[in-house]
Design a protein around this ligand. Structure first.
Ligand code: GLV
Length: 332
């Protein structure tokens, strides 16, 4: 009997997904779910040809050099800034992610965070829970209008377009967006979205939602200079990645009411959160849960598993990030 390939699942995932993987491979799991240090990850990967990762595991040239048997790394996330893709390609290691399966769920959450922020949902709940509600008042927790306002979107990929559709069709919002490349006319029409410069976006948005991937170019895309260009009544929503917003500058802008409020699902250096953000009232903070419904998280784990199964069994992954490592005839 030939030996089955060995793989690692770096974080705790759904047992049924592990069971599916075990039909094909010897699977080592991390049942404690404690994120591995880089050294622990390298050690666990010895002898493994595949691994399912999350955004907590960094895959770079150092790790790849220490794990020469590795052939595939499947991220359970659509974002993959934890991967050094050029280093993976140079090492001949396939990278995959989980696009599409989380688009609508993440767009739902973007809207939930926008609504909670603009309508001061968590701030008012804290007030109530603290026993401070003694009388109703006309201006109590009066927030910003959502319907009919201007929705700005920075980063107009699949999730950005999902948010645009919700805003335009559900809330009658005027949608403006900025992206590295402009959408084609049919996609713009489907979202009822108008392309503007980044400066126009900052100036026009009543609610600005960030949905762009993190890279060296998008690092601190929203800092003190950009915050100063926004309306003082505006809200800022980040469901993209920590590091796209300069969190220290944002805390100052919120404290000084240079913008009205922010809703943040992602943070620079998470799970640590900039201490100044914890002390300002006009910010809604959630722990990176934009794609977190049970159905979607299962779909993400299953897609990562399917990528590993399809690649190791047939050489053909479903959602490769660096198809150039595949033989020419298998590149989509
Ligand atoms: C979550 O942040 C993801 O990239 O899927």
């Amino acid at each position: 009997m030939t030996q089955r390939p060995s793989i690692l699942v770096a974080r705790a995932i759904f047992p049924e997904v592990v069971a599916r993987l075990r039909e094909h491979f010897d699977v080592e799991t991390n049942d404690t779910d404690a994120p591995f240090t880089p050294a622990q990850l390298a050690e666990r990967l010895q002898g493994k040809v595949g691994v399912l990762t999350t955004g907590s595991e960094r895959v770079d040239a150092g790790l790849l050099a220490a794990c020469p048997q590795l052939r595939v790394v499947a991220n359970i996330a659509v974002g993959y800034n934890n991967f050094d893709v050029p280093a993976m390609t140079a090492a001949g290691v396939l990278a995959t992610n989980t696009p599409d399966v989380l688009t609508e769920t993440t767009a739902d959450f973007g809207f939930a965070l926008l609504m909670a922020t603009a309508r001061r949902v968590t701030e008012s709940e804290h007030f109530l829970r603290a026993g401070l509600w003694t009388k109703w008042a006309l201006d109590m927790f009066a927030g910003a209008e959502v319907h009919g306002s201007t929705l700005g979107i920075l980063g107009m990929g699949r999730i950005g377009q999902g948010i645009a559709r919700r805003g335009a069709h559900g809330f009658g919002m005027k949608v403006v967006y900025h992206n590295r490349s402009r959408l084609d006319a049919a996609s713009e029409a489907a979202c009822q979205a108008r392309y503007v410069s980044k400066a126009e976006l900052l100036q026009q948005a009543d609610h600005l939602v960030l949905v762009l991937p993190y890279s060296a170019e998008s690092h601190h895309a929203i800092g003190a200079t950009e915050l100063a260009q926004m309306k003082p009544t505006a809200t800022l929503i980040n469901i993209a990645r920590g590091g796209i917003v300069d969190d220290a500058a944002l805390a100052v802008a919120l404290r000084e009411r240079r913008i009205a409020a922010a809703g943040l699902d992602v943070f620079e250096g998470e799970p640590k959160v900039h201490p100044d953000l914890l002390t300002v009232p006009n910010v809604v903070l959630t722990p990176h849960i934009a794609s977190a419904t049970i159905a979607t998280r299962k779909a993400m784990a299953n897609l990562a598993a399917d990528n590993v199964i399809a690649f190791l069994n047939q050489g053909q992954p479903l959602t490769p990030l660096n198809p150039e490592v595949l033989p020419k005839e298998l590149r989509a």
